[in-house]
Design a protein around this ligand. Structure first.
Ligand SMILES: C[S@@+](CC[C@H](N)C(=O)[O-])C[C@H]1O[C@@H](n2cnc3c(N)ncnc32)[C@H](O)[C@@H]1O
Length: 269
């Protein structure tokens, strides 16, 4: 099994790193998908629905069971269940899956009963069943090393039904400085400061999330270091792995810092 999550919290560069240094022992550092970070990630991402709408539109065209890879707290899983599909939600983080399980417990039984939650590694899984759609959203392919991505493509090809589709999103860097600092409001109403440190040409970027207003006492700081997998690289890798790329849907407006592309591919195996 190949774990994409860093075993320890990566150091934050730039302004985020300087802020953490100034906080000293008040900074409570955690991995973005770990026990503390999972709640923050879930809170922040809940309102981000653009990609989910596009994924649901593409899956709707193709009846049959769906595999949601790196499903996390179920931001994509729940809309797929609402489409009336059986969905298998796979993730490496028990903390994220706990959030998903909680959400399923509160969902109507007709949705909950169609969901299988699997603790596993998207780079190496064997589920003993086939899917008409395999979804890997939120540009989470960039959480894997190049070697792990080979395992991902092999595992996906083994689980796609004939004529099935892989829908995978990826991220290219658009305009902007090395470090962008934005303020975002979570579904809970909490305001966060999000640092995205991504110099041009770098092979990874570092995302650091802290409260918008730093409190006097302990300050929770979540950090994730992720690789960079853009549309050209992903297309090349998928082609070498025996996939045919059918469509590339650009999901963001030109001129933005992040260019998200949703790639639709089928296996020629
Ligand atoms: C950016 S979050 C996306 C979660 C969800 N799809 C969403 O849209 O909110 C990335 C997820 O990938 C998971 N992850 C990281 N490495 C993984 C791996 N090797 N296998 C499965 N899941 C992994 C993390 O635990 C996290 O839940």
């Amino acid at each position: 099994m190949t774990a994409a999550l860093a075993p320890s919290v990566p150091p934050s560069p730039g302004l985020a790193g300087r802020t953490i240094a100034e906080l000293g022992e008040r900074a409570r550092l955690s991995d973005i998908y770990g026990p503390d970070g999972a709640d923050v990630y879930h809170d922040l991402s809940a309102g981000d629905t653009g990609e989910v709408r596009e994924l649901v539109r593409l899956v709707r065209n193709r009846p049959g069971p769906v595999l949601d890879l790196a499903a996390g707290s179920g931001r994509i899983t729940l809309p797929l269940l609402a489409l009336g599909r059986s969905v298998t939600a796979l993730d490496l983080s028990q903390d994220m899956l706990l959030l998903l399980t909680d959400r399923l417990a509160q969902a109507p039984a007709r949705l909950r009963e169609r969901c299988s939650v699997v603790h596993g590694d998207m780079a190496d899984f064997r589920l003993g069943t086939e899917f008409t759609s395999v979804v890997l959203g939120t540009t989470s392919v960039s959480l894997l090393t190049p070697g792990s991505r080979t395992g991902l493509y092999r595992s996906v090809a083994e689980h796609l039904a004939p004529g099935g589709r892989l829908l995978v999103s990826c991220l290219d860097r658009g305009e902007g400085p090395d470090e962008a600092v934005t303020e975002a409001i979570g579904a809970s109403g909490i305001r966060y400061r999000v640092h995205d440190h991504w110099p041009v040409g770098a092979d990874h970027r570092t995302v650091t999330i802290m409260p918008a207003e730093l409190p006097q006492g302990p300050v929770q700081v979540c950090t994730g270091r992720v690789g960079v997998v853009g549309a050209e690289l992903l297309t090349t890798e998928l082609t070498s792995a025996g996939f045919t790329v059918l469509e590339r849907h650009l999901l963001t407006e030109p001129g933005q810092r992040h260019r998200v592309t949703l790639i639709e591919a089928e296996t020629t195996r």
